[in-house]
Design a protein around this ligand. Sequence first.
Ligand code: MN
Length: 716
Amino acid sequence: MIRQYELVERVKAYDPNADEDALNRGYVFAMKAHGSQRRASGDPYFSHPIEVAGILTGIRLDCATIITALLHDTVEDTGVTLDEIRDLFGDEVAQLVDGVTKLTRLELQSDRTKQAENFRKLLLAMSEDIRVLLVKLADRLHNMRTLQFVDDSEKRKRVARETMEIFAPLAERIGMQGMKDELEGLAFAEINPDARDSVIARLEFLRDEGGNQVPRIAAELERTLAKADVVAAVSGREKQPYSIWRKMQRKNIAFEQLSDIVAFRVVVESVAKCYQTLGVVHGAYSVVPGRFKDFISTPKSNGYQSIHTTVIGPESQRIEIQIRTREMHEFAEYGVAAHWHFKQLSGALARPEGRQYRWIRELLEILEHASDPEEFLEHTKLEMYQDQVFCFTPKGDLIALPRGATPVDFAYAVHSEVGDTCVGAKINGRMKPLRTLLHNGDQVEIVCSKAQTPSPTWERFVVTGKARSRIRRFVRLQQRAQYVDLGRAIVQKGFRVVGHKFSKRALQRVLKTLQFKTVDDLYATVGQGVITGRKVIEQVFPDLKLKEGKVVSLTRRRAKRAEAGEHAVSIRGLIPGMAMHFAGCCHPLPGDRIVGIVTTGKGVTIHTIDCETLESFTESPERWLDVAWDQDPESIGIHLGRINIVVMNEPGSLGSLSTVIAKNLGNISNLKITNRSTDFFEMLVDIEVQDVKHLTNIIAALRVTPTINSVERARG
Ligand code: MN
């Protein structure tokens, strides 16, 4: 534990004007307030705030922040009030402590509603004073450093996950690279100790194998630069186990090259020297293409600046080199704290501003637009608690979306109209599909068409609440339109069956009896299958009571007619999945003879006319509907054909099966083994085809394949 005089000395070392007296009082106050409380480690509790203060001296924060760190848990964990703190340490410290306390309460909240509200306060506090966030990060860092003392393994895991998901990214956003690395490293050790151990073991092995290679290379680089009159401090730094692991996961590669594990850092005195260094390095060694990045001319969004390049270095190893000035180096190490420090030195201690705070303001805007905390949490919990993607409109406006968001989410975030009519997206200037995952910093331009409407398939990949609710609403409306179309066709056919001309006026006369407001309402309900077309016809023509027996024979005739296509309801324009479904038992294909079964509340299900499932509907003839395929070949999309195959159980037989199907332009979408013996496999294969002719061709091709015993279309 850092002793009192030590802490004061550390602060005075970088801030000679620090209020020594206040620091001393803060130290003693924390000790007294926490009294005999203990940490899980068995240490006295007050060691914690003192260590937190120590961490913050490491990034040279001002006196008020250090005192805040000392007092940060007193309001929440002891009887101390904010008023007392204000009296003893002044407004600035009291305000900072208040901010940190709110963040702490947020952490402790389990109730969702309160969490949302407090999180809002938290962000407000943060945006008012970034030092609150710095204290909270240091607090979390010390808690992570002592995490192993917590007995409850569930709690350890939760804290580690939270650190990984919330605090490390926060640290990164404000440029605190060192803090972020340590937080991630500690969390990684808790979340995935095996992975971490194996990365470290591999690092050790490579280190032994190279034998002092890193300092040798650094010295060699320094000499090369000196010859060209560049005075530089070169050091080699191993990358963090977690960042190596993540890179291995992301790129699915093993690390073998030195460039993957060590970054050589060249610190020079000016920007001009940075580019001169780059010239010397590229002149002396071969450049590895595709690895050069100039973050000096275009800094990262958190303010980071450096030139990165990879060359085949002195020992014929790929090495990564980062070139920067001392000031850039400071910033890379201390992030926003360095920024703050420079400001303090220049006497302009102002409210935080500049690009690294922009995301906080954007978050605030989102928060301000959500009125109800519950709704806010529902729509933004992903946005808040997991990493986000920040994308830009072509005009440079920032749109914050949850991770996994797509251009459709982006479009709806811009405006509902834009979402409803989007047909495509240009991401960083290139046309991409609407389901493309967006990444941080993507510039997204939505391409709209007045003719476009939201597609129900979008719902499968959107992640924002707004997009989802708009799409659902639209689908509901469209579904109704589909039911109306289907219902109208059913009723019109009903008129024909009883030999009458269709008359809308006749329908209007029975609306009241059937308790509908409009003819469309009536159609929609018939289309949904809630009332039958026959019932409507019976109302319109009361004298014409259809007898059961007659209807059954009618049904048979209907089946015959379906073959002829006469009087059939065309399924043209009906969208699968809305008012019409293809039966999963027989997988009808264009060209098959088909029949529809009206299902209450779901519209019509299409079966092939020889499907066994139809047996179970012989008792309810009123549900049968003659349907016919749309004759327009343009409208034929991809359909699913299902076949039953028996193949010989021998090497290569599955291979030839898939080859034959692929050669005939079929695409296997599912394969299920239903029976296996020593000699044979029996399986169901779903194949995407255009129509029944296409499937028949594939079946024929399979039948002549030697390793295939039999092929049958699956029925019912
Ligand atoms: Mn604490």
